[in-house]
Design a protein around this ligand. Structure first.
Ligand code: MN
Length: 238
């Protein structure tokens, strides 16, 4: 039967050194995964991991060496940056655990196709109001163009980075600086835990949280973020 209107386009990420694209299914994000950022948000530093989502079409795929332009979103007076390691799950995830559910910790990294650098742009004022009222975070986190993400570097090429500098500069000024080794819940633990709650599938992305130093950004600002051994991501706010 024909569709009533054209289906939405597939959202896909470029893969470094390959002529194929990685099609995205779901976008999960981990909250407060670095103790120093949890503290700056006024939270307990050793809670179990918790998750929220962004719509996949909130992603802004950015090709290698490009500077993406992202619209400053409406309805906020406090847009903030969060630089994050992004994990991309490949075809192997469907063979792990019970077809992507209840994946054992020791096998969790086998689910990873590759890694990228992403920005979890956040309308902090909306998020704070939602927290205060015990309401959902979506309008603070899942707005249009809230997830710029760079090209994927395959684990076959990069390995599985457990340590490495993660930083972000705004207009050349260092705002965030941390190390992947500071994660409360490392990548394997995130995958294993998330798979107890939802069936994970090829194409799923996981934003793994951000180190301390989140701050307000304004129209015209340029953000540059890097994860050592994974890549660099540059975005200008329109
Ligand atoms: Mn985040």
């Amino acid at each position: 039967m024909p569709y009533l209107f054209a289906p939405p386009p597939v959202v896909a990420l470029p893969v470094l050194g390959a002529d194929t694209l990685f099609p995205v299914r779901r976008v999960y994000c981990v909250g407060r995964n670095y103790a120093d950022h949890a503290r700056e948000m006024g939270a307990d530093t050793r809670e179990p991991p918790f998750f929220f989502s962004k719509p996949r079409d909130a992603l802004v795929p950015v090709a290698e060496g490009h500077v993406a332009t992202v619209a400053y979103p409406p309805a906020t007076d406090n847009l903030q940056h969060e630089v994050e390691l992004v994990v991309a799950l490949g075809p192997a995830v469907a063979e792990l655990g019970r077809a992507g559910q209840d994946i054992p910790l020791a096998q969790a990294l086998d689910a990873v196709f590759g890694y990228a650098v992403g920005f979890d742009l956040t309308r902090r004022d909306h998020q704070q109001r939602a927290k205060d009222k015990a309401q959902p975070w979506e309008m603070g986190k899942g707005f249009d163009q809230s997830g710029p993400v760079g090209p994927l570097l395959s684990a076959a090429r990069a390995g599985h980075p457990e340590r490495g500098h993660i930083w972000l500069e705004v207009n050349g000024e260092r705002r965030q600086s941390g190390d992947l080794g500071q994660m409360n819940w490392p990548v394997a633990a995130i995958i294993a835990n998330l798979s107890t709650m939802v069936r994970l599938a090829p194409g799923d992305l996981i934003f793994t949280g951000t180190p301390a130093g989140v701050s307000t950004i304004l129209p015209g600002d340029t953000l540059v973020g890097e994860v050592a051994g994974v890549g660099r991501l540059s975005v200008t706010l329109a």
